[in-house]
Design a protein around this ligand. Structure first.
Ligand code: MTE
Ligand code: QUE
Ligand code: MOS
Length: 764
């Protein structure tokens, strides 16, 4: 520990807001003091999945006591469009509604209750049309939100024709609600000259700024968006907050009063987008040992009624459908299906988990056919380190460490012994069955849209030596603020308490990307370091002149600055620099090098580097009820050289649990009219404390550095551990297989709810 800093990079610090999270003092958007006369809102939504709007009558609602504004699409001042990639994605429906829950009319009143009561007085006449609710139907009818996209390497047709063995199959994979603890919320304050100050729970303040400006017909400089923290985002606050903010800002503009729009849990789940469901088909050729010799995958994603980020999400699904496996002759097709349901959006992993899910299923089915342990078949197909290392998008993998991770985890989890013991246990137990799996993962890091890989920072050092830091990233609980502060504290070699990060605002750092793609610390850490280094160079130059020493002899350590034989506290040096009129404020900037992707040829290097990991999961299944418990999970995960080990551990544990929830108990059910039936925690079951594995061994891969030049050789950690949830699903499948003595085929869809497990058991 001697060389380790107490609060800089690599130190075991706690999240800067951890205590406030626990005591309730942490301020979220809803906690901000309300201005006098602040109005509250209700959103009137479509009860139909697909219908024409014939008329909207707001007269009675408008004259309801306490109501100050009732607005619909015709009242919009600018453009009714929040499409992040493609145009024509309305905030308020115009002539057509395309999902149950689509906002049609917004109401501002003195209280939320009054706005809600008035909502019953709004009369909308519809002409009902036939909806397409099912992804298979949309696929069949080629009902897409954008063009299909494919990856190709080698000749899959020929390889499949020549394969020693060949099989085809299909599988359904469900979506997921973000279930952030803090729902979508925005407070809009009108300012002079029609300017607007917006407090939004958003991962993407610059996007909210852009959309609100367009919606109100203003330039971006007239809109300021601020967020101190979110109570979770998980991708659900990348694009969705723009709709909420546009509605609040329009009401604020019209009433000239502050307006708060906060969705309740049910409204949030009905109105806003979720993880994409997928329907997969595959055709695979393989050797008698289980090596894949040719493959064709078809990935159909349920996008909902508009594109949102669906094309980028589908791209990532395609990029991840190799996982850690070498596919020499492969064709991988993606179909972005349009359905009359809520528009699905970013969710931790951004399509990646869905892509990796299908190749793991294919390998499992091959193993079953060959009566082999899936773990052996997986290893046989691993990417090589020197050869067998080109991906279906023609990026060469240069940092493969899955072999090391596998070797280490096999030992630390006692995998083989437990595998054998479980086979023995299952022979002797009729109703309870155990299952075990070993699932490796690889996660490509970078936005696959190259221009998004940039970030900025703004640093002021005040004359007392305290440091004020802002960067373009947002805090959603993942610990980004802590990590970036650690970077700056390390740069100046001062205590972490000297560095304060305040709310993210479009006024401090402009034109930012979403805090997404797990790149928050990679991008903003580098930008902050760049800004800090500019200031440090100025301080070094000043100290060298002051003490008449060479600049190379000026060093920073332990809140002190050393210049030759002289020493001075950091604070005192800053104070003197101020009197000497040295500028103590700087911006920083960073863009990721080396990356590019040509969508027209499906070739490039979309990822700067990869991060790896593996999980061994063990479950106990009650075959009479279909209930399942994760009895043990062992995770070994690669974060490069950790910036902040406590925070990374939290991300790995939380990611695993969220991934497990997706594939087990979290089930979204729509009825045949397209209405979501599971829109509250009573019917939508997220993992709770008793679902945490009884034995939970999580380890960060030691003595490892990112091979590329990243911030202190660290690697991204936000999304990748979500993948480990797949190990639970495969352990369940393994337990089900034992029910048929490992002889029969198992057809299990995801999520593996007790009902789905019973169905799978019954069909054997
Ligand atoms: N962790 C917490 N506690 N809350 C969140 O909302 N979002 C995840 C991940 N971890 C999230 C989280 C997602 S989807 C992403 S992309 C990353 O954090 C974003 O932050 P980072 O890039 O700083 O890791
Ligand atoms: C991962 C991501 C995102 C992504 C690509 C990734 C993401 C995102 C976009 C995106 C792409 C094109 C646009 C745009 C956004 O791409 O979050 O506005 O025009 O927003 O690999 O997380
Ligand atoms: Mo995360 S899905 O990239 O916000």
């Amino acid at each position: 520990m001697s060389d380790k800093e107490i609060s800089g990079v690599g130190a075991y610090v706690v999240h800067d807001s951890a205590h406030k999270h626990v005591t309730g003092e942490a301020v979220y958007t809803d906690d901000l003091p309300e201005l006098p006369n602040c109005l509250h809102t209700w959103v009137v939504t479509s009860p139909h999945a697909h219908a024409k709007i014939k008329s909207i009558n707001i007269k009675r609602a408008e004259s309801f006591e306490g109501v100050e504004a009732v607005l619909s699409a015709k009242d919009i001042l600018g453009t009714n469009d929040v499409g992040p990639i493609f145009p024509n994605e309305p905030v308020l429906a115009e002539e057509l509604v395309e999902y149950v829950g689509q906002p049609v009319v917004i109401i501002a009143a003195q209280t939320r209750e009054l706005a809600r009561e008035a909502s019953h007085l709004v009369k909308v006449e519809y002409e009902i049309l036939t909806p397409i609710l099912d992804v298979r139907e949309a696929l069949e009818k080629k009902h897409f939100v954008a063009e299909p996209h494919s990856l190709q390497i080698g000749d899959s047709k020929k390889a499949l024709a020549n394969a020693a063995n060949r099989l085809q199959g299909e599988i359904d994979l469900g979506g997921q609600d973000h279930f952030y603890l803090e729902g979508q919320i925005c407070v809009a304050h009108p300012l002079e000259d029609d300017d607007m100050k917006v407090y939004s729970s958003t991962q993407h303040p610059a996007e909210v700024q852009k959309m609100v400006a367009r919606f109100l017909n203003l330039a971006k400089h007239s809109v300021v968006v601020e967020v101190r923290r979110m109570g979770g985002g998980f991708g659900g606050k990348e694009t969705q907050p723009a709709n909420i903010a546009c509605m609040a800002a329009l009401l604020a503009n019209k009433t000239k009063k502050s307006v708060k729009l906060r969705l309740g849990r049910d409204e949030d789940m009905i109105i806003t987008g979720k993880r994409h469901d997928f329907y997969f088909t595959y055709d695979v050729g393989y050797t008698n040992e289980g090596e894949i010799t040719g493959i064709e995958l078809n990935l159909a994603s349920k996008c909902g009624h508009v594109a949102d980020l669906s094309t980028s999400i589908l791209d990532r699904a395609l990029f991840f459908s190799d996982s850690v496996y070498y596919l020499k002759d492969a064709t991988i097709n993606g179909f972005p299906c349009k359905t009359h349901t809520v528009s699905n959006t970013a969710f931790r992993g951004f399509g990646g988990p869905q892509g990796s899910f299908i190749i793991e299923e294919v390998i499992d089915v091959i193993s079953n056919k060959l009566k082999k342990n899936p773990h052996e078949v997986r290893k046989l197909n691993y990417y090589g380190t020197e050869d067998r290392n080109v991906t279906p998008y023609h990026q060469t993998i240069e940092d493969n460490i899955i072999h090391e991770i596998t070797d280490q985890l096999e030992v630390s989890s006692d995998y083989q012994k437990r595998y054998d013991e479980i086979r023995e246990y299952n022979k002797n137990n009729k109703y309870y069955k155990k299952g075990i799996s070993f699932v490796p993962t690889k996660f490509g890091v970078s936005f696959t849209t190259a221009f998004l890989n940039q970030a900025g920072a703004l640093i002021h050092i005040y004359a007392d030596g305290s440091i004020h830091l802002n960067h373009g990233g947002t805090e959603m609980g993942q610990g980004l603020f802590t990590k970036v502060a650690q970077v700056v504290a390390s740069e100046f070699q001062v205590d972490l308490s000297r560095v304060k990060i305040t709310a993210t605002t479009t006024e401090k750092v402009p034109n930012t990307s979403a805090t997404a793609a797990s790149s928050g610390s990679d991008l903003n850490g580098m930008a902050a370091q760049n800004g800090a280094q500019k200031l440090k160079r100025r301080l070094i130059k000043f100290a060298a002149e002051k003490y008449e020493v060479d600049q190379s002899s000026v060093t920073f350590k332990n809140n002190m600055v050393y210049a030759g034989d002289n020493e001075i506290s950091f604070n005192a040096l800053v104070g003197e620099a101020y009197f000497a009129r040295v500028s103590l404020s700087a911006t920083g900037f960073y863009k990721t090098p080396k990356i590019y992707y040509d969508r027209s040829t499906s070739k490039g290097r979309p990822f700067f580097y990869y991060t790896y990991g593996a999980c061994v999961a063990e479950v106990l299944l009650d075959t009479l009820t279909g209930e399942c418990k994760v009895t043990r999970a062992d995770i070994l995960h690669d974060v490069g050289a950790s910036l902040s080990p406590n925070i990374d551990m939290g991300q790995i544990e939380g990611g695993f649990v969220q991934g497990m929830g997706w594939l087990t108990n979290e089930e979204l059910k729509w009825d045949d009219k397209g209405s979501l039936r599971t829109h509250a925690p009573s019917t939508y079951k997220i993992p709770v404390s008793r679902d945490i594995p009884d034995v939970f061994n999580v380890e960060i891969l030691k003595n490892h550095k990112c091979k590329e030049e990243t911030i202190y050789s660290s690697k991204a950690v936000g999304e990748p551990p979500f993948m480990h949830g797949m190990a639970v699903w495969h352990a369940i499948k393994d337990a089900i297989k034992s029910h048929g003595n490992y002889e029969k085929e198992v057809k299990l869809n995801a999520p593996a709810t007790p009902e789905e497990i019973l169905r799978a058991l019954d069909s054997m």
